[in-house]
Design a protein around this ligand. Structure first.
Ligand SMILES: O=C(O)CCC(=O)C(=O)O
Length: 259
């Protein structure tokens, strides 16, 4: 499928966009950031938030550590934002291989940063992400500007259905905000009883591949039941000149604007 067709569907897969050596270097940078941050976490001096679904978030070094909800001993699920903690991660914001297709997805000649995240999805313990759009969470912070945010997911390991690949519904962004599940405590998940996810595709790809999708695309990912980690770096772009997610307060009451 051509890039134009993929952009229309809102799901762009660029296999092996990054070479093996640079992907390995990104993985090493991710592990070194994680070791530094976790060395300072959980000492009772950081700011901890527990979400309505029981997930524990902890602020350390300007990043939020999201702990795996069930893992004992504790395992980190994600760090966000994260690229400011390592120059190898930070360099991807201006990498033309990523920014050229991303400019077309966002529809802006000049891109800005919105946020970044490292998802670790560790072997055997990485948990699922239920059906959602990224948009409602971002809307609570950025309001209507959240519509213009899109994500590039850089896979640091091979991705298979077994290790928790992303599953996305092509074209679902065209319908706008999807109905949310009102019985679920965060208020952020899609109500699959009222959303058509039958055309969903599972993105399996080798390490170094990049997946791009707008924040309105409905997606999920399964748990990692395999013996191999499935790490990824997410870069969320927006048109230049707008505030980043970390500078915007989370206003849950804005969810009332959405279906
Ligand atoms: O990487 C994954 O498994 C899911 C990521 C995702 O959906 C998210 O971070 O919103």
């Amino acid at each position: 499928m051509s890039l134009d067709q993929q952009l229309t569907r809102g799901v762009v897969v660029l296999p092996r966009l990054l070479g093996a050596a640079e992907t390995t270097a990104l993985g090493q940078a991710a592990e070194s950031v994680l070791a530094r941050v976790t060395g300072r976490a959980s000492h009772g001096t950081t700011e901890v938030t527990v979400w309505p679904d029981g997930h524990r978030l902890e602020r350390v070094d300007g990043t939020t550590v999201h702990w795996e909800p069930q893992a004992r001993p504790p395992v980190v699920r994600s760090l966000s934002p994260v690229t400011h903690l390592d120059p190898v991660l930070d360099a991807l914001w201006t990498d033309d291989r990523i920014t050229a297709p991303m400019r077309r997805m966002v529809g802006s000649a000049r891109l800005g940063r919105f946020t970044s995240k490292l998802n670790f999805k560790r072997a055997g313990v990485g948990s699922e992400f239920p059906w959602h759009q990224d948009h409602p969470y971002w809307y609570c912070c950025a309001g209507p500007a959240a519509r213009d945010v899109a994500t590039a997911v850089v896979f640091l390991d091979d991705v298979t259905a077994d290790n928790g690949a992303l599953v996305l519904v092509p074209g679902s962004h065209l319908a706008g905000p999807a109905p949310r599940d009102r019985s679920e405590p965060t208020g952020l998940l899609v109500d699959v009883a009222r959303t058509d996810v039958r055309g969903a595709v599972t993105v399996e790809a080798p390490a170094g591949s990049v997946l791009m999708f707008p924040g309105l695309v409905v997606h999920r990912s399964g748990p990692n039941r395999s013996a191999a980690d499935r790490r990824s770096l997410l870069l969320c772009f927006q048109p230049a000149g707008r505030p980043e997610l970390s500078d915007l307060p989370y206003r849950a009451e804005r969810l009332a604007d959405l279906p």
